[in-house]
Design a protein around this ligand. Structure first.
Ligand code: HEM
Length: 391
């Protein structure tokens, strides 16, 4: 079947406009990517939710298949590529990898982090004045500092850790990922010699059980936590502040009633969440989505930001409405891969918005006619910069 839609650079500038245009064509679309690859994109809420929970849509080896699928690209590597972290794995590997870290991310464990997250937040706000780009000044260092402390990055290594993670955030590539992996692998070795009170050490302690993670898995786990918990949280803050500054009445309502913040964070996630397409899935066998046949081996992209604006699920979906019911939004995914860090991201978001609004009563865009520029890519939905005035 010929693709019904092309993903062009304009798509990345405003995917919501495209989704609105596509919506007449149903909840699933055959799409050609700029590099020539073809795949399915699921945009309907009910279909997206079902796809995320469908065990016939596989993840293991999906990225290697994708690399091999570009026209004229490298051949598929022989054999099945090894599952290296939980987001790339299907059961039973996924079950085992996830179980081992689940304890660290329960809402209770995360609640205990509130005082420290507030301290980090206030420290960052202390250093802001006048006109600043909110992303590098605040939205970026907050989650990276939190996850660095959770993993147990040593005080002496913090500057190097920031340098490596900043480089990776600016452009994930072998040149930026390899040094970070080397850093994390050295950290794993150091924790083995001297375990402390952090997630990596806790995972090392489970080693005594036959189920423990090996060195390679520990390094990949640290990398996943870093990668999954970093840019996403940055863009929860960035996209949310941007949406609020464009909606002065809702900004005023939130200032007037800070008890609204938790609900507002959920609405920011629904309205313009940080993850555009969920991570890659492919059909392990032929299946149907909304009556459309998907052949074995074909790629299926679940467009979370589109599903969260499906008018059949969220009436008047383009409007930022801080008091609407948001339960069931898909910004953190759904099913067995539902975001492990969601409780942490929620707490960080709540603290960040409360502190920003309390500390800077006149927070505003540096340029009232600011034109948002979005990061190009279909996975991350985030701004390139957000210049604001904070005094
Ligand atoms: C998985 C979103 C923050 C760790 C996911 C998935 C989504 C998501 C959509 C599922 C992807 C899929 O099924 O293809 C977000 C958003 C965040 C956020 C919007 C911030 C607002 C975090 C944080 C952490 C984290 C702070 C940890 C420090 C993970 C992990 C997975 C995951 C480990 C994989 C779970 C699995 O495969 O079982 N996240 N995330 N995330 N997230 Fe998050």
């Amino acid at each position: 079947m010929e693709p019904a839609a092309e993903l062009s650079p304009e798509f990345f500038a405003d995917p919501h406009r495209f989704y609105r245009r596509w919506s007449g064509g149903g909840p699933i679309h055959r799409v050609r990517f700029p590099d020539g690859r073809v795949g399915w994109v699921v945009t309907g809420y009910a279909e997206a939710r079902a796809a995320l929970a469908d065990p016939r849509l596989r993840k293991s080896g999906a990225n290697a298949r994708w690399m091999a699928s570009v026209p004229g690209g490298p051949p598929m590597p022989p054999g099945s590529p090894r599952n290296t972290h939980m987001l790339d794995a299907d059961p039973p590997d996924h079950t085992r990898l996830r179980r081992l870290v689940t304890k660290a991310f329960t809402p209770g464990a995360v609640e205990a982090l509130r005082p420290r997250i507030s301290e980090i937040t206030e420290g960052l706000l202390d250093r802001m004045s006048g006109e600043v780009d909110l992303l590098p000044a605040f939205a970026l260092p907050l989650p990276i500092t939190v996850i660095g402390e959770l993993l147990g990055v040593a005080e002496a290594d913090r500057v190097e850790f920031r340098r490596l993670t900043d480089a990776m955030a600016q452009g994930p590539s072998p040149e930026t990922i390899t040094p970070l992996m080397t850093f994390l692998s050295a950290m794993v070795a150091a924790k083995q010699a001297a375990p402390a009170e952090d997630i990596l050490s806790a995972l090392i302690r489970t080693r005594d059980d036959e189920d423990g993670l090996d060195d390679h898995e520990l390094t990949r786990m640290a990398f996943l936590l870093l990668f999954a918990g970093h840019e996403t949280t940055v863009n929860l803050i960035g996209n949310g502040v941007h949406a609020l500054l464009r909606a002065p009445d809702r900004l005023a309502a939130l200032r007037a009633d800070p008890a609204l913040v938790p609900a507002a964070v959920e609405e920011f996630l629904r309205h313009d969440g940080p993850v555009g397409f969920a991570t890659l899935r492919y059909a392990g066998e032929a299946l149907e989505i909304a009556g459309v046949g998907v052949a074995e081996g074909e790629f299926v992209h679940v467009a979370l930001t589109a599903a969260n604006r499906d008018p059949a699920r969220f009436p008047d979906p383009d409007t930022l409405d801080l008091t609407r019911p948001t339960a069931g939004h898909l910004a953190f995914g759904h099913g067995i891969h539902h975001c492990l860090g969601a409780p942490l991201a929620r707490v960080e978001g709540q603290i960040a918005f409360t502190a920003l609004l309390t500390r800077f009563p006149r927070l505003r865009l540096a340029d009232p006619d600011f034109t948002a520029e979005w990061v190009e890519g279909f996975r991350i939905r985030g701004l390139r910069s957000l210049p604001v005035v904070v005094d």
